[in-house]
Design a protein around this ligand. Structure first.
Ligand SMILES: Cc1cc2nc3c(=O)[nH]c(=O)nc-3n(C[C@H](O)[C@H](O)[C@H](O)COP(=O)(O)OP(=O)(O)OC[C@H]3O[C@@H](n4cnc5c(N)ncnc54)[C@H](O)[C@@H]3O)c2cc1C
Length: 478
C-alpha cells in the first residue's frame, strides 16, 4: 500500500465502520458500501409508525481497554449508555425465574442500538443501497460490481470485506482466493426475532431474561433501555437450534409457536406481533483469528465471526485489521525489506549489536550467555533498509508441539514509532503459521503490553521480573 491508499470497505455494520474510521484517521481514503438503506447491520432497530425495537444485538459489553476507550467516546457523544436492567434467568416453564448472579455491565446504543454506527458513519463516505455482488483485481487496483448498477468506475488499492462469513464467501468465490477455504470452516447460525405489543399489565418482574428451556433464548422489554421512545414493545429471540430447524417456516407459524412457548412461563396477552429472521445471528465455529489480511493483493476480512461473536469482537477485529493495514502503509513508505537471518552470519552479528544497543545498554547490561544459549537452533528474522543496514531483528525459539516463543525483538532507535515492530512480527507470524504453528508466546515488557495486544496477544498470569524490569507472559493462539 502507498500513501493516501484508497480502500473500499464492504459492509456498514460496526466492523466495517470501525475499520473505515481507523483507516481514515491514519490517512487512507475510504469508501463504505452497504446493501441496506441504513447503517448498523446486526446492531439494528426495527421501526413501526408508533414504536421501535432493537431486534438484533441486545446490548454489548466492553472488556478490553481499547474498546472501553471507544465506548467512553460514544458515551461522551451521547450515542451509548449503560443499561442497568433487571436481568433474570428462566430455567424451566414451571419454576420461578432467578437473578443472573453475574455482575455484567451492559451497554446499549442511545436512543437506539444503531446510534454508535450512525455516529461513526457521520464522518465517513458511505454508499447505501449498494449490494456488491462481484469484485476483481485489475493491474491497477480492485474494481467492484454492484447489483443493478454494474461495474463501478473507481479503483481501490485494497478491499475489506466486513460481512458475515457466508456473505464474504460469496465474494471470495469471485476472486478464487485462498481465504475461501479458511472462511469455509466458519459456521454461523440463524435467530428468529419476535417483536410484540403486550397487554399493558404485563410485568414479569424482570426487564430481560435468558431462557434455558423451549425454543426461546431471550426476552427483553425495549423500553427498559435508556431514552427509548414510542410504545412499549417486548422482544423475543428464539434459540439457534430451534431457529435453524425452523429456518424456512412461515412467519405466522413462527409467531404462533413462540407466543405459545412464552405463555408457558409468562401468562401474557399478546396484542400484535411481527417477526424478523436473522440468517446469520451468531457463530458456532469461529476461526480464532482477529482478522485475515493478504498484503500482496490488498484484501482484508474482519467481523464478529473471526474470533468473538459479539459487538466488541466485531469492533476489535476491525481495528486490528486496520492496524495491520496501516502498518503496511507506513512500512512500505520506508522502503524496507524483511529478511531471514542465518545464525552466525554477518547479519546475525549485526543483530547482536542492535540487541545489545536497544535491549541491554539502557539497563546498564550487555548480552550474556543466557541470552545467546541455543540460538544456533533458533530462527532469526530482521528488516533491512535501502542501504542494507539492519534496523530491526527478532529471534524465535521452537518449544515443540507447534508452540513458538518470540524473543529479543529490537528496533533501531531511529526507526522506532514507524510500525516496523508490527511489520516484523506480522511477517514472523505468517512464516510460523505456514509451518503449522498453533501458539506463539513472548515475554512483554509492561510498557509494551498495548503494542502486543493490538497484534492479538493476550496477557497470561502475573507480572514478573526479567533483566530487572517488569514483564508479563503473553500468548496468541493461532
Ligand atoms: C439476533 C441477534 C442477537 C445478538 N445479540 C447480541 C448481543 O446481545 N450482544 C452482542 O455483543 N452481540 C450480539 N449480536 C451480534 C452482533 O450484532 C454482531 O456481532 C455485530 O453487530 C456484527 O457486526 P459486523 O459489522 O461484523 O456485521 P454486520 O452487523 O452483519 O454488518 C455487515 C453489513 O454488511 C452488509 N452486507 C452484507 N452483504 C453485503 C454485500 N454483498 N454488499 C454490501 N453490503 C453487504 C449488511 O447489510 C450489513 O450491514 C447479536 C446478533 C443478532 C443477529
Amino acid at each position: 500500500m502507498q500513501d493516501k491508499t484508497k480502500v473500499a470497505i464492504i459492509g456498514a455494520g460496526i466492523s466495517g465502520l470501525a475499520c473505515a474510521s481507523h483507516l481514515q484517521a491514519k490517512g487512507s481514503t475510504v469508501r463504505v458500501f452497504d446493501k441496506s438503506a441504513g447503517v448498523g447491520g446486526r446492531m439494528s432497530t426495527r421501526r413501526g409508525p408508533t414504536w421501535q425495537c432493537d431486534h438484533g444485538a441486545q446490548y454489548f459489553t466492553a472488556r478490553s481497554a481499547r474498546f472501553r476507550a471507544e465506548l467512553a467516546r460514544w458515551e461522551a457523544a451521547g450515542v451509548a449508555g449503560r443499561w442497568a436492567a433487571r436481568i433474570g434467568v428462566i430455567d424451566s416453564p414451571q419454576g420461578p425465574w432467578r437473578e443472573t448472579g453475574a455482575n455484567t455491565e451492559r451497554y446499549v446504543g442511545v436512543p437506539s442500538m444503531t446510534a454508535p454506527a450512525q455516529f461513526l458513519a457521520a464522518s465517513l463516505p458511505v454508499q447505501l443501497d449498494t449490494h456488491v455482488d462481484d469484485l476483481r483485481r485489475e493491474p491497477s487496483g480492485w474494481r467492484l460490481h454492484a447489483l443493478g448498477q454494474g461495474w463501478q468506475d473507481d479503483l481501490y488499492d485494497a478491499v475489506v470485506l466486513a460481512l458475515p462469513a457466508p456473505q464474504s464467501k460469496i465474494l471470495l468465490a469471485k476472486t478464487a482466493h485462498t481465504f475461501l477455504g479458511i472462511v469455509d470452516e466458519v459456521r454461523m447460525r440463524p435467530a428468529w426475532a419476535l417483536m410484540m405489543h403486550c397487554d399493558e399489565s404485563f410485568d414479569p418482574g424482570f426487564d430481560a431474561a435468558f431462557v434455558n428451556c423451549g425454543p426461546i433464548r431471550w426476552i427483553a422489554r425495549n423500553m427498559s433501555k435508556p431514552q427509548r421512545q414510542g410504545e412499549d414493545v417486548w422482544l423475543l429471540h428464539a434459540n439457534a437450534q430451534w431457529s435453524e430447524a425452523h429456518l424456512d417456516a412461515q412467519p405466522s407459524a413462527v409467531i404462533k409457536i413462540l407466543i405459545e412457548a412464552l405463555q408457558e412461563f409468562c401468562p401474557v396477552l399478546v396484542r400484535t406481533s411481527v417477526v424478523h429472521r436473522w440468517r446469520y445471528a451468531d457463530t458456532q465455529t469461529s476461526l480464532g483469528r482477529d482478522y485475515l489480511w493478504d498484503a500482496r493483493i490488498g484484501l482484508g476480512l474482519c467481523g464478529d465471526w473471526l474470533k468473538e461473536a459479539k459487538v466488541e469482537g466485531a469492533w476489535r477485529s476491525a481495528v486490528c485489521l486496520a492496524d495491520a493495514m496501516t502498518g503496511e502503509l507506513e512500512n512500505n513508505c520506508l522502503d524496507v525489506e524483511l529478511i531471514s537471518i542465518e545464525f552466525s552470519s554477518f547479519l546475525y552479528e549485526s543483530a547482536l549489536v542492535l540487541r545489545n544497543e536497544i535491549l541491554r545498554k539502557p539497563l546498564g547490561r550487555s548480552l550474556d550467555n543466557d541470552d545467546l544459549n541455543g540460538e544456533s537452533e533458533q530462527l532469526h528474522y530482521g528488516i533491512i533498509c535501502q542501504d542494507r543496514t539492519l534496523v530491526a531483528c527478532v529471534s524465535v525459539k521452537n518449544n515443540g508441539d507447534k508452540r513458538y516463543k518470540i524473543r529479543q525483538m529490537a528496533v533501531s532507535e531511529r526507526f522506532q514509532g514507524k510500525g516496523l515492530g508490527a511489520k516484523l512480527l506480522a511477517h514472523v507470524e505468517r512464516e510460523l503459521i505456514a509451518g503449522g504453528a498453533k501458539k506463539i508466546s513472548l515475554h512483554a515488557r509492561e510498557s509494551a503490553i498495548t503494542f502486543y495486544e493490538k497484534l492479538g496477544f493476550s496477557c497470561c498470569g502475573e507480572l514478573f521480573d526479567e533483566v530487572g524490569i517488569s514483564h508479563i507472559k503473553m500468548d496468541k493462539i493461532i
